[in-house]
Design a protein around this ligand. Structure first.
Ligand code: SAM
Length: 323
């Protein structure tokens, strides 16, 4: 099979960053000074993204996630979803967003074929939400979450990066959102783009996150391990709780994904600096066969496990790779 890597993992999932730009400045994702935006000419055009996705479908990719930066700040994003939805073989198109613009777009995104959204939400307190995102407005994101639920972009998943002394006292409150049918995923903070000051003291491992939830709700029921998440449920809750533990318990053995950066580099592993240029060949006239070769090269170069425990990626900020 063309999409099985050297270690027997089947690669069926492609995460595409459609822009490096963002309307928020989350403290764990971007430096306070921001990241210089790349000029438009360096960013993949939509028709280039569609050509890559078509080649990817041809070698066995079945799921595409649009991310960034913030995918909803790029003009024409709904049209891109519609185009991707037409590609035979792509069964599911999903998006990761900060939700700030989602109430405006949820209806048209759903009509264009978007299946689900993951929405970043690191606090339920307006002042703290502003501090973490530096410029965000909690009400806008909550309105985006409601719009996604109303439009059936579900199960709506919330992504929370846990940081000690910053939002760890809200772990149980956020987990409680699963009682309202939302899936809540707690993500271990990863030191991407350089290790932040005081990182070790602020890092909260998955086991501690789970213990904090169990202090309030009692023992969690283990549901399954799915992609990067170990999935649990508060007994009787409609929604699930996921723990994404890249550092404390890496899930590389079940990794099924590759990424495309906004500037058109195929990145077989989030945490390894290996990249394969797709934009240059695309603009030099590469046909679908050539693109398939490059995608297969990426699968062939996927490392067995990420090197996070030994070293951290410093080559790009998370907002540039596409989380
Ligand atoms: N702007 C969108 C958003 O806010 O969801 C999509 C891009 S964002 C980079 C994707 C996801 O990566 C978010 O859920 C965010 O919380 C997560 N993320 C960003 N930096 C991270 C880090 N250093 N460690 C763990 N997760 C991170």
């Amino acid at each position: 099979m063309e999409n099985i890597d050297r270690f027997g993992r089947k690669i069926t999932y492609l995460r595409i960053s459609v822009t490096d730009r963002c309307n928020l400045r989350c403290i764990y994702c971007m430096p306070a000074s921001g990241v210089p935006w790349r000029p438009h000419a360096e960013i993949l055009r939509y028709e280039e993204i569609v050509r890559i996705a078509r080649a990817a479908a041809g070698i066995g990719i079945r799921k595409v996630r649009l991310t960034g930066g913030e995918p909803l700040v790029r003009e024409g994003i709904v049209e891109l979803v519609r185009e991707l939805h037409r590609i035979p073989g792509i069964d599911e198109i999903v998006m990761t967003t900060n939700g700030a613009l989602l109430s405006r777009y949820a209806e048209t995104l759903a009509a264009a074929g978007l299946a689900r959204v993951n929405i970043s939400l690191d606090s339920l307190r307006a002042d703290r939400f502003r501090k973490i995102t530096r410029v965000g407005n909690l009400e806008e994101t909550l309105a985006g979450i409601r719009a996604a639920q109303e439009m059936g972009l579900s199960p709506v998943k919330l992504n929370t990066v846990v940081m000690r002394g910053i939002n760890d006292d809200e772990i149980a409150d956020l987990a409680g959102k699963s009682l309202e049918g939302l899936t809540v995923r707690f993500i271990e903070w990863m030191p991407i783009g350089g290790v932040p000051a005081g990182f070790a003291g602020k890092f909260v491992p998955g086991d501690e996150i789970k213990a904090r939830i169990e202090e309030r709700f009692g023992p969690l029921v283990e549901v399954r391990a799915e992609g990067p998440a170990r999935v649990y449920r508060i007994p009787g809750a409609a929604g699930e709780i996921g723990l994404i533990t890249a550092l404390s318990a890496p899930f590389c053995d079940r990794c099924n994904r590759m990424r495309i950066t906004a500037d058109g580099k195929l990145r077989p592993c989030l945490l390894s600096p290996v990249e394969i240029d797709l934009k240059g060949p695309l603009r030099a006239g590469a046909d679908e066969g050539k693109l398939s070769e490059l995608l297969k090269e990426g699968i062939g170069r996927k490392p067995y496990a990420h090197g996070m425990v030994r070293d951290f990626p410093r080559d790009r900020a998370m907002s540039e790779i596409g989380g």
